[in-house]
Write a protein that binds this ligand. Sequence first.
Ligand SMILES: Cc1cc2nc3c(=O)[nH]c(=O)nc-3n(C[C@H](O)[C@H](O)[C@H](O)COP(=O)(O)O)c2cc1C
Length: 300
Amino acid sequence: MESIKDRCKFVVDKSKCIKCGKCINVCSGMVLQFGKDGYPEMKDFERFGWRGCWRCEHCLAVCPKGAISIFGKKPEDSLPPPNDNMGEQMSRLLVNRRSCRRYLDKNVEPQIIDKILKALESAPTGGNSCNVEYTIIDDKDRVKAIRDIAYQDMEEQAKKHIYTSSFSDFYYKKMKESEKTVRNGDLLFCGAPHLFIAHEKCVGKWADDSRVNCDVATTHFELIANSYGLGTIIMSYPAEVLNELSPKAREMLNIPKDHYTKLIVGFGYPEIKYARGVQKTRKQKIHRYTDKNYGQLRLD
Ligand SMILES: Cc1cc2nc3c(=O)[nH]c(=O)nc-3n(C[C@H](O)[C@H](O)[C@H](O)COP(=O)(O)O)c2cc1C
């Protein structure tokens, strides 16, 4: 029978390997060692995860000579590291990424969504558990069907002054006003033609990690989508409506009830293009151990 180690298909091309040991030094699961011949080899182990290989592929990624393949993946098929200008490009992406609340009534090309999802596979998860699931509603008519039901339930409850846990008469009235301008007729999904939801079953001692895994995937999705020129909006309010007021709409997502679904990302082609980035003034306290006045507000 094939051992769990065999399933990893860890292969070292000895004609390329320079025995530098980088693969051993970055191995999260600590399952690599130098063999008697001086080349790296994989130890026996019982299980993937904490008791063995984390499936993180660091060995394949770190090898300066491209000598290591694992899980049948060849180093030459990896994307190269970002170029030197990437810091500047990322800063531009971050300051120009805006919450988009007005969209073209048009589906995004499936190839673009596929590219985003491909890149998203590399989003980190605690212990490389990779248990986050993604639900994409990439058909604008399906989004509309969900929205119509959720709206009906939300408005009926609002007549009785029943709102989601974070809402009240005041907030609801404000949101209603926003339908006339910024949320253009759709206070729930801001008219987004598509939805993305990262979700995971949250149980046991890793439940907090599971929730964070979803939030990490959410923010990664948002940034990657923006880098492809799409508009996005991270939203908690419609998730609350679906979870608390509209069981029928929630069911239409086809997401198990015990999965964490705190944030929904709306996305699509933006109706309005911005001309420049914002210049937000940072208000957060930054605690630096090098600060003389550690713990006090410091604005650079
Ligand atoms: C956790 C979280 C929940 C949010 N929920 C909503 C929401 O329900 N509806 C909405 O229109 N915007 C929502 N937003 C977007 C914020 O309002 C937005 O990020 C903020 O106004 C700053 O604008 P910017 O993203 O363009 O910098 C949410 C953002 C975050 C991070």
